[in-house]
Design a protein. Structure first.
Length: 210
């Protein structure tokens, strides 16, 4: 059985990453339906048949992009919150990290929102399962913050979904020079936290009263 050498494996990964990066840019600008594999190949400077050495179809390409996107969201959440002991600070970190990650992955976020339902059932089912896993991890962390308290007024899964819906607005705000990114994050995080924590606890923490 032939095996790829390490150097060939690196070349394969590099080319696949180039195809993925180019596809993200084109799907973001032109939409999934408005982008062909010919467009992607032409942008990279290769022939269309070459793409089939790395992916089976345009649908699989979209699946890989969205699958990687959800992996990055989950990894970012875990890394950002693993060493925070103060529960209130952890809640703030969860919210701000979600906003920052979506801002960093603004193109992938837009593609996810717009295009996920265009996937064939076999791919969409896998993406929705991974999305549910991600939402469950975030929601469980939020439930641990509140414990048995009655302070949580909504399903914790609503929080990451709300931030996802904010993502495009946040990206537009980041483009305005008169608004600082940290100020935008503060305003949005305060807005969300005000809707989650009881006012009494907010006052005790001195949050939002500066």
């Amino acid at each position: 059985m032939n095996k790829k050498s390490p150097s060939n494996h690196k070349k394969t990964n590099k080319k696949l990453n180039e195809i993925l990066k180019t596809s993200v840019n084109l799907f973001y600008k032109k939409g999934f339906s408005g982008t062909s594999l010919n467009d992607i190949a032409e942008k990279i400077g290769i022939q269309k048949p070459t793409i089939y050495h790395y992916i089976k179809s345009k649908n699989e390409l979209l699946f890989i992009i969205l699958n990687n996107f959800l992996d990055l969201l989950l990894l970012s959440h875990i890394e950002a919150t693993k060493e925070i002991e103060d529960k209130f600070e952890k809640l703030i970190k969860i919210i701000i990290n979600q906003i920052k990650t979506h801002a960093k992955l603004r193109k992938e976020t837009a593609i996810f929102v717009r295009e996920v339902d265009l996937l064939p059932k076999k791919y969409k089912t896998k993406i929705r399962e991974k999305e549910e896993k991600y939402l469950t991890v975030v929601a469980d962390d939020i439930r641990k913050i509140f414990g048995d308290k009655k302070g949580l007024f909504l399903d914790p899964k609503i929080i990451p979904l709300t931030i996802l819906s904010y993502a495009n607005t946040v990206n537009r705000l980041f483009s305005f020079k008169f608004l600082q990114k940290e100020e935008i994050l503060r305003i949005i995080s305060e807005t969300l936290v005000n809707g989650i924590l009881p006012q009494k606890e907010m006052e005790m923490k001195g949050y939002g009263n500066k």
